[in-house]
Ligand binder design. Structure first.
Ligand SMILES: Nc1ncnc2c1ncn2[C@@H]1O[C@H](COP(=O)(O)OP(=O)(O)OP(=O)(O)O)[C@@H](O)[C@H]1O
Ligand SMILES: [Mg+2]
Length: 306
């Protein structure tokens, strides 16, 4: 769906993005992950031509973005700006209606779609008449997401969309985000510097450093087939937690003692080992199950690390 081919951008002679190449597939969430200043925002902005690339090609749905009119290109892309990017002198309602106005939607359609999105994003309707400055950072970000979703574009670019949320709210929003029907058939590129967020949401991850892509792969590939020490070190601090989160009950099922198998799982097989352990740990009756799972996970894990 989106192909980025050897794209570069320098500011005042200093490379911000340096010959990067990657692809985001149809219906995929691709995460651009990296520390501050590594070029994530610059990369995202080049995809909808908020910034012009110095060299290289960006192809969306078979067409080079340079050959498209900017307005036409942006009609097909929902963009969530870092720090929400809302217009401060527009009310929330006006902010959300920017694209529908451009598309000349009927007022009724805009209103009903706005209400639907507010509901899905857990915002109450009384925010509509307020200005962005009268909302919390997390609320502003959710309005930013509503604005990007309203026209139901096939491509969604999101720059740190959950950056202003605390960890507890973030965990809830991640779960909801993954289950939003709205997002199911889109191609999404999501920028974050939060390793756990990248693993929770990304089908694949592009790890960036100093304007370059160091490795692209699934969460499992990043952990168990890291291409160099940089990748390994980047995940070292969270490694065990990440391993628990990406392993599913299905992955470890052949390592579970068959005697314990049938009563072990009222869980779906796609449940992560981490979530299963969390549920089991809240009840003392489950100690044996809990220990069995840990043992199975450890046996599974030994075979992943080469
Ligand atoms: N308009 C600009 N003029 C000059 N330098 C810029 C400009 N925009 C970005 N840069 C520089 O390019 C580099 C990459 O910036 P970018 O905003 O893409 O990083 P980022 O990965 O999004 O960082 P963060 O996680 O802090 O948002 C940085 O060194 C930044 O200072
Ligand atoms: Mg940025």
């Amino acid at each position: 769906m989106i192909t980025v081919e050897s794209v570069s951008k320098s500011f005042n002679g200093k490379p911000a993005v340096d010959h990067i190449s990657f692809q985001a597939h149809d219906q995929e969430i691709l995460v651009l992950l990296g520390t501050s200043g590594c070029g994530k925002t610059t990369t995202l902005k080049m995809i909808n031509r908020l910034i012009a690339a110095d060299s290289g090609n960006i192809i969306i749905d078979g067409q080079n973005i340079r050959d498209k009119k900017v307005e036409e290109l942006r009609m097909g892309i929902g963009f969530v700006m870092q720090h929400s990017g809302l217009f401060p002198h527009y009310t929330v309602k006006q902010n959300i209606a920017v694209v529908p106005e451009l598309l000349k939607w009927e007022k009724k359609k805009t209103i009903s779609r706005t209400e639907e999105l507010l509901y899905k994003l857990h915002l109450s309707e009384d925010v509509l008449s307020r200005f962005p400055g009268e909302l919390s950072g997390g609320q502003q970000q959710r309005v930013g997401i509503a604005r990007a979703l309203i026209a139901n574009t096939p491509v969604l670019l999101m720059d740190e969309p959950f950056g202003a949320l605390d960890n507890i709210t973030k965990a809830d929003i991640h779960t909801e985000f993954k289950s939003l029907e709205e997002l199911k058939n889109k191609t999404i590129i999501l920028v974050t510097h939060d390793v756990q967020e990248a693993f929770e949401l990304g089908h694949r991850i592009c790890l960036m450093d100093k304007g370059k892509i160091v490795q692209t792969g699934t969460p499992k590939e990043m952990l168990y087939h890291s291409e160099n020490d940089f990748v390994n070190d980047f995940f070292a601090e969270n490694r065990l937690l990440l391993e628990y989160k990406i392993a599913t009950l299905k992955d470890i099922s052949s390592f579970i003692n068959p005697e314990n198998k049938d009563d072990e799982f009222n869980f779906e097989e796609t449940t992560s080992v981490w979530n299963a352990l969390q549920k089991l740990s809240s009840d003392h009756k489950n100690t044996a199950h809990y220990e069995n799972l840990i043992k199975a996970f450890n046996d599974y894990r030994k075979l992943q690390i080469v």
